[in-house]
Ligand binder design. Structure first.
Ligand code: GSY
Length: 152
């Protein structure tokens, strides 16, 4: 059965847009991609701003199968897991799958922090306003602002 699923992608190391763009092009079952947002880093050491996007899939893959896809895309970006919350070439998270709940040591869906993070909620709102909590307050352009890829 095909279901709506959402992945969150972020990059703040190297050519941020190249990492995101390459990964998006290699994700299965993509139906929509949010705008690109530049976002102030949340947590971790002092680090550069991120680019974040959310991608919507129409997929029959399970959460665990999608996690494997996410890890493959991160490996292709040569992500090094040096420091928790630290800078990274690419982060790909399973945010939400309609009707699916998973609570395992290495995989929790819905993503446990997605409803606290403006860098997730603002791009997600473009694709799925039904998933945004009523109490969400847009933090404004000092935290999350639109970003446009350079013209080639
Ligand atoms: O959890 C994803 C990686 N990440 C991000 C991110 O993607 N965007 C912003 N703004 N801050 C972040 N901190 C971490 S960790």
């Amino acid at each position: 059965m095909t279901r709506r699923a959402f992945l969150g992608l972020g990059s703040n190391l190297g050519d941020r847009w190249a990492h995101l763009n390459h990964a998006i092009g290699r994700l299965p079952d993509v139906v929509k991609v949010s705008s690109i947002w530049e976002t102030a880093p949340v947590g971790g050491p002092d680090q550069d701003n991120y680019l974040n996007v959310v991608v919507q899939l129409a997929t029959d893959r399970t959460a665990r199968q999608l996690l494997a896809v996410c890890r493959e895309r991160e490996e292709e970006a040569e992500r090094i897991r040096a420091e928790r919350w630290g800078p990274r070439t690419l982060d790909v998270d399973v945010l939400w799958i309609d009707g699916e709940r998973v609570d395992e040591h290495d995989l929790v869906v819905p993503h446990p922090r997605m409803f606290e993070r403006a860098f997730v909620l603002i791009p997600l709102r473009e694709l799925a306003p039904d998933l945004i909590p009523d109490h969400f307050v847009d933090p404004g352009p000092e935290v999350v602002w639109p970003w446009t890829p350079p013209v080639e």
